[in-house]
Design a protein around this ligand. Structure first.
Ligand code: SAM
Length: 222
């Protein structure tokens, strides 16, 4: 019987290219193919570590089509590494659909742990971190977003949100309206040159980002 390949779930840096494990570099160098979201971004990382591998583009809008062909390759005995644009694949990115499907088909998965924006922001925040929940991205539409926030109104644990620069202000405004002027931490561009960690209340954050256009990648800790 043919050997079935392994799907390696490989965490990559969230900014600083040095934030990758020896094992991740070893696995990326040894697999047959690498499935990634943005081939240009992944090529920058691979080039840095002198790794040359065929890339499979796997992102939100082609994932359904690609899952079948990735699965076929695994069943033909090819080892495949799954990476995302940043951090740990599967956390708020298309990786989770592939992981779920290959497990259902009896393929072995192995995770190579490493960076994630969520935990990097949490441990830099200074807020209680012994109990927390991860909410990822809030809904894009204000009505649904306010509803999701209202559902969190009695949550006692620290909450981690991801947000894009163009929605940051609207989300902060909805947070203020639904949950009040709470203390938050806004972590921007973690591990990158312009890393910024703002510990303030929602109102202060709103007035700051009204003056300084939000740029880069954001995690909000509440
Ligand atoms: N799988 C990734 C992880 O493990 O963190 C997250 C992927 S999700 C599509 C991308 C979001 O993660 C961004 O919109 C931002 O909220 C957050 N993020 C990624 N890199 C970041 C960074 N360097 N600084 C702050 N937030 C970051």
């Amino acid at each position: 019987m043919n050997r079935i390949g392994i799907l390696y779930i490989v965490a990559t840096p969230i900014g600083n290219l040095k934030d990758i494990t020896f094992r991740a570099v070893e696995v990326l160098s040894s697999v047959d193919r690498i499935a990634c979201e943005d081939t240009r971004r992944t090529r920058v990382l691979l080039h840095h570590y002198n790794i040359k591998k065929p890339l499979i583009s796997y992102f939100e809008y082609n994932k359904l089509k690609r899952i079948d062909s990735i699965l076929r390759s695994l069943k033909e005995g090819k080892d495949i590494a799954l990476v995302s644009d940043a951090g740990t694949p599967g956390i708020s990115d298309p990786g989770s659909s592939l992981i779920k499907r290959v497990i259902a088909e009896g393929v072995r998965v192995e995770a190579i742990p490493g960076a994630s924006a969520s935990l990097t922001a949490l441990v830099s925040s200074g807020v209680p971190m012994h109990k927390f929940i991860f909410e990822g991205f809030l809904p894009a539409k204000s009505g649904a977003r306010k509803k999701a926030l209202a559902n969190l109104s009695t949550e006692k644990r620290t909450i981690i949100f991801y947000e894009s620069p163009h929605r940051l202000l609207r989300t902060l405004e909805d947070m203020k309206e639904v949950l009040g002027d709470r203390d938050i931490v806004v972590a921007r561009e973690l591990t990158k040159k312009f890393e910024e960690i703002r510990r303030e209340n929602v109102e202060e954050s709103i007035s700051y980002f009204k003056q300084v256009k939000p740029k880069g990648e954001f995690v909000i800790i509440m």
